[in-house]
Design a protein around this ligand. Structure first.
Ligand code: F6R
Ligand code: ZN
Length: 189
């Protein structure tokens, strides 16, 4: 191997208080209208879009690395607080395209849940997320963040470079559980 074959190391800054990645290469913005078909109460989502001018639902900040085995992809995920009807805001959720790849989420700000399920729906688990709490998403589990707090739920995520994303299965099947604010409290149903 010559010096030209080595990828250059790099570093970047993350504002741990604000949960913001400085100078991201990719900034993915998902608005309320991108979430059509995901929430239980579609009419409530339409009202939210109409009355609030299609607000930003969540953002992802990335500094991508080559999508190769051995690399580690990482990002900041920032999910805004709110509800669609009585259902707390969540991310679309996905499996990894290479199903047998895991992911680590470290919550930096806010609170909520990481909702995870297996492909046959036999298991569906909600781990709590709060500042300083880490969630390990094992290989093969679909995952979705849910914000039950009043502030953005911000996480630092790390996963294998080759993982990729499969959104289609969750878009069509959803998760067996949803998180609501009902009778004055959080309920996972
Ligand atoms: C990456 C990952 C997170 C999510 C982010 C947004 O594998 O799990 O970075 O991409 O929380 O959620 P989705 O991708 O479900 O829209
Ligand atoms: Zn993932």
């Amino acid at each position: 191997m010559s010096a030209n074959d080595f990828m250059a190391p790099f570093s970047l800054d993350i504002d741990l208080a604000e949960g913001i990645m400085r100078n991201p290469t990719n900034h993915i913005v998902r608005r309320a209208s991108d979430m059509r078909g995901y929430y239980a109460d579609e009419a409530a989502l339409d009202r939210l879009i109409e009355e609030n001018g299609d607000p930003v639902h969540y953002e992802v900040f990335e500094r991508p690395v080559p999508l190769d085995q051995g690399q580690l992809m990482f990002c900041i995920s920032k999910l805004y607080p709110g509800r669609v009807g009585d259902e707390y805001f969540f991310t679309k959720g996905h499996y990894h395209e290479v199903l047998e790849t895991a992911e680590i989420y470290l919550a930096l700000c806010g609170r909520g849940y990481m909702l995870m399920k297996t492909p046959d729906d036999s298991l569906c688990v909600a781990e709590t997320m709060a500042r300083g709490r880490m969630v390990y998403v094992p290989p093969c589990w679909a995952h979705r963040s849910v914000n039950t707090g009043d502030d953005p739920l911000i996480s630092f995520c790390v996963y294998p470079g080759e993982a990729g994303h499969n959104y289609g299965d969750i878009e069509s099947q959803g998760f067996p559980k949803r998180v609501y604010f009902r009778d004055g409290k959080e309920q996972i149903v």
